[in-house]
Write a protein that binds this ligand. Structure first.
Ligand SMILES: [Fe+2]
Ligand SMILES: [Fe+2]
Length: 134
């Protein structure tokens, strides 16, 4: 049983966004597995943070471009949430690098809240808006 599971409840209706969200769920699952496996996971977690930071930025930039191209009315609020999440991921990486050992529960809660709240409440609004375009 996967810890983070993408289901149609997370669908925004936009193929590109949904595909990227599924990748984010997979990445979150990988880190969950790494952290539950315990010892010898530092290097793996280190690599994970770099990947997550890059992919998060890539994904948010995709959504931000789509919002701008389609003159989405809630761009400013949505972008502000992305910026807060971008910063939080970097803060987690810093904590991890500085040797704070027990970030795993906090990190899992953060990922869960991001993947559920942001996608279900904010990205789905963008998906509805995009569906009205073209
Ligand atoms: Fe978003
Ligand atoms: Fe998203």
């Amino acid at each position: 049983m996967k810890f983070f599971e993408w289901t149609p409840a997370y669908a925004t209706g936009n193929e590109e966004i949904d595909y990227q969200h599924q990748n984010l769920f997979n990445m979150a699952n990988n880190v969950h597995d790494m952290m539950s496996s315990g010892a010898e996971m530092r290097l793996a977690v280190d690599i994970f943070f770099e990947q997550l930071i890059q992919y998060t930025d890539y994904h948010f930039t995709t959504e931000e471009k789509l919002m701008q191209e389609t003159h989405f009315g809630e761009y400013t609020q949505h972008k502000a949430m992305h910026d807060a999440l971008r910063k939080q991921v970097i803060d987690f990486q810093k904590k991890f690098k500085s040797g704070e050992v027990d970030i795993s529960t906090e990190l899992m809660e953060f990922l869960k809240s991001w993947l559920t709240n942001h996608i279900q409440h904010t990205d789905t609004k963008l998906g509805k808006h995009l569906a009205t375009q073209s």
